[in-house]
Design a protein around this ligand. Structure first.
Ligand SMILES: [Zn+2]
Length: 388
């Protein structure tokens, strides 16, 4: 037991209860009752030490009076159980607290929020929703209740209700605006390709919440492409360069399609050249090299990449140089190029391309909501990737 740090914490919580009981007994008031409580406390502690937490919870719930002095102990124990994933026990303690008729309003509200968190952790979302909705209707701790309710609707992927609650929260908490933009994108994603006008409206609503929402612009640009509005699409994609340059690489292929459809390859080359001077990334340089190859041939493109690689050596750049040159070699040189190419391709497959700025989660594809910490818009292109 002593090897488990959480049980150690629980042990100290129990010691704190003992200390409090001791202090109370020194005051000489309700002496018999305290002695009785002390006995019960010792029994509870004994069950904890023997790793029989169910019996320990029975003792603490049944014999520890709920008052201003013991409330923190009850809440602390319940939080500890929730953290350990022992949600039944946490729920029992919180439910027991709520059964006390004389809890002050602020305490009752805190316990209700905690119980809702137990239910959320246990995946009992309808029960959590009921508690939180009641609190919001009564106007008690409604800001916090709305935040928890948002997480319930997110888990249920109920984006309509998430937007309704989020809209209410927005006036007092503008920080939720980027989340609401993502909810709109989630809804827009559900519409079929034939529902362009309603999808466009939803994406504009997303940009109304957060004008820098890259996701909404990527989706809007692709929608315009799908509709054959190439100029509009190219304009939306170019906007991303100013909004969040780290994500400009995401739309390079889309931009190329737009400029090709418009017959403006030279304009694309000028744009890419400008971007490569301002913020050179391997993706931009490779796209520019592709464009140069179409106009001036393989050798010019290969020299251009090699020149860039001298200053910014990357696996992806090396892989592309090999690809461009392998056909012009023969014999053992070709064989060596082949081995190098397989190595660079393997390295590229293994590299994480995105990383969560909140929890450090590495991913091979872009998630708009981090699968681990559930924050929105926190995955970004891996910065180290550009240096490899
Ligand atoms: Zn994360």
């Amino acid at each position: 037991m002593m090897q488990d740090p959480q049980w150690l914490v629980l042990f100290f919580v129990a010691i704190a209860i003992g200390y409090w009981l001791g202090r109370r007994s020194r005051r000489g008031r309700h002496r018999n009752r305290i002695e009785n409580l002390s006995r019960e406390y010792m029994r509870g502690l004994n069950f904890l030490l023997n790793e029989e937490p169910d019996k320990a919870v029975d003792i603490f719930v049944g014999s520890l009076d709920v008052n201003a002095n013991t409330l923190d102990t009850h809440l602390g124990l319940a939080r500890l159980f929730r953290k350990r994933g022992e949600l039944d026990r946490a729920t029992r303690i919180h439910s027991n607290l709520l059964e006390q008729g004389d809890l002050p309003d602020d305490v009752r509200e805190e316990v209700e929020l905690e119980l809702a968190r137990d239910y959320i952790s246990a995946g009992l979302l309808d029960r959590a929703e009921l508690i939180l909705q009641n609190m919001i209707d009564r106007g008690s701790r409604s800001q916090q209740a709305m935040r928890y309710l948002l997480s319930v609707f997110e888990q249920e992927k109920d984006w309509h209700n998430a937007l309704t609650v989020g809209d209410r929260l927005l006036s007092s908490d503008p920080a939720v605006a980027p989340m609401l933009a993502h909810y709109c994108c989630e809804l827009a994603d559900r519409f079929s390709g034939d529902e362009q006008s309603i999808t466009r409206r939803m994406l504009r609503r997303a940009l109304g919440y957060d004008s820098n929402c890259v996701r909404a612009n990527v989706m809007l640009g692709r929608l315009e492409m799908h509709a054959g509005h190439w100029e509009d699409a190219a304009r939306v994609f170019r906007r991303i360069r100013r909004q969040d340059p780290d994500f400009f690489d995401e739309v390079l292929d889309d931009l190329e399609r737009c400029y090709t459809a418009l017959g403006k390859q030279e304009s694309l080359r000028r744009l890419l050249a400008k971007v490569s001077l301002e913020r050179p990334t391997t993706a931009v340089v490779l796209k520019l090299a592709e464009s140069l190859r179409a106009e001036y041939g393989e050798k010019a493109a290969s020299l251009f990449i090699a020149d860039y690689m001298k200053a910014h050596p990357t696996v992806r750049g090396l892989n592309r140089i090999i690809e461009m040159n392998i056909d012009q070699t023969e014999g053992s040189a070709r064989e060596h190029f082949g081995i190098l190419q397989r190595l660079t391709q393997q390295l590229l497959t293994e590299q994480a391309i995105y990383q969560c700025t909140n929890c450090g989660f590495d991913a091979h594809r872009l998630h708009w909501q981090c699968p681990t910490c559930k924050h929105w818009g926190v995955l970004r292109p891996h910065q180290e990737q550009e240096q490899r």
